[in-house]
Ligand binder design. Structure first.
Ligand code: ASP
Length: 355
């Protein structure tokens, strides 16, 4: 007892001594963003697509960085950056969301606060303009972690979040991709969603969406570290094109597509959700950091490249740690990704031959 008491006191004294000897380093913020992983090929994307996606990712990083730079929390930065991605039809989240086999839109999103381990998520929601904000509202205003379907939609309305109709999510290119897929699979073609415009000419945005193959994967996600040393993660998606109504992927599943803990790391994933759920990808990476002491990049590569790639669990992750380590890892030809640490240069990459 004496021994352990003195040990505690000694430990306390030592901490105090080292704290006076070495003034605390000012902490720097950092942010990493993804816009989906998949068969994203330079030849298919073309110079215009390449430019458009890099510009979109840059804008989103800047939006999140602005929050962090004025001393905002990592949670606020994640929500702000994801809202910008949810508004952009180039990505498969909200405005550019893919359709289910019934021609409906079912959105999934989640957010987690590494400082408190609080989390909020929604699945199969169809009326909320910003599902990431709905996930945050679930976290902050209910005792629950995950709300789904009509209950989540009703809660969204009650909570005063912006509501939109099916036409808001409609883009011609996503619709045509669905029609093509269903024809190939010999499945019936559902009616166009209520309020959708009549079939029209292919717009430049539609061409880019098609080229990027984001109808397969194109989920968006953000991880951030703020000046207080807290990390957070968020993910938002329309899921997989042509999915069975009611199917839920990994994005709203805490520990699979999203995870954050100040004890280890923050992760947002993208890819074939069923693998990310079964292999609890996000938590697995953080567990390797926490219990095995792996560097963040090594832990992410271990799960994505060594465990998932051989079993065709296609996809990738972005990651951040409270000490400022940033990482991304993917086993597909490309992943839309960008990052920025305070005082550094924005890095924006798409293909697997880039850093
Ligand atoms: N992971 C998402 C899902 O399975 C899809 C994606 O990342 O694009 O719903």
């Amino acid at each position: 007892m004496m021994k352990s008491m003195s040990g505690v006191i000694l430990g306390g004294l030592m901490m105090a001594a080292s704290a006076t000897a070495q003034p605390a380093q000012p902490r720097h913020w950092a942010i990493v963003v993804h816009g989906g992983a998949g068969d994203i090929l330079r030849a298919r994307l073309g110079p215009d697509g390449d430019k458009a996606y890099r510009a979109a990712l840059t804008k989103v990083v800047q939006a999140g960085a602005a929050v962090l730079d004025r001393g905002g929390s990592s949670l606020d930065a994640v929500e702000t950056a994801i809202r910008a991605l949810e508004d952009d039809p180039l990505f498969n989240a909200t405005r550019g969301a893919v359709f289910t086999s019934a021609g409906t839109t079912e959105l999934d999103a989640s957010i987690m606060d590494g400082a408190t381990m609080r989390a909020g998520a929604v699945a199969d929601v169809s009326r909320t303009r910003y599902p990431i904000s709905l996930a945050r509202t679930v976290m902050e205003k209910t005792p629950y972690v995950l709300l789904v379907g009509p209950g989540a939609d009703a809660f969204s309305e009650q909570a005063g979040l912006e509501q939109v109709g099916p036409a808001y999510f409609f883009t011609e290119s996503r619709w045509q991709s669905l029609v093509k897929q269903l024809q190939k699979e010999g499945k019936p073609i559902p009616p166009r969603p209520q309020g959708a415009p009549p079939p029209g000419p292919v717009t430049p945005t539609a061409q880019l969406q098609e080229a990027a193959d984001t109808h397969r994967y194109g989920t968006v996600g953000v991880v951030a570290l703020d000046r207080q040393g807290n990390i957070a993660a968020g993910t938002s998606t329309g899921g997989l094109q042509g999915k069975m109504p009611g199917r839920v992927g990994d994005s709203p599943i805490i520990g699979a597509g999203t995870y954050a803990s100040n004890q280890s790391c923050a992760i947002s994933g993208t890819g074939v959700g069923e693998y990310f759920i079964r292999y609890t990808v996000a938590r697995e990476i953080c567990a390797l950091v926490q219990y095995k002491g792996l560097a963040l990049q090594q832990a992410a590569d271990e799960v994505i490249k060594k465990r998932l790639a051989p079993i065709h669990g296609d996809g990738g992750v972005i990651a951040i740690a409270p000490d400022g380590q940033m990482a991304w890892s993917f086993n597909t030809p490309g992943m839309f990704r960008a990052r920025l640490a305070e005082g550094g240069q924005i890095e924006v990459h798409i293909y697997n031959d880039e850093p």
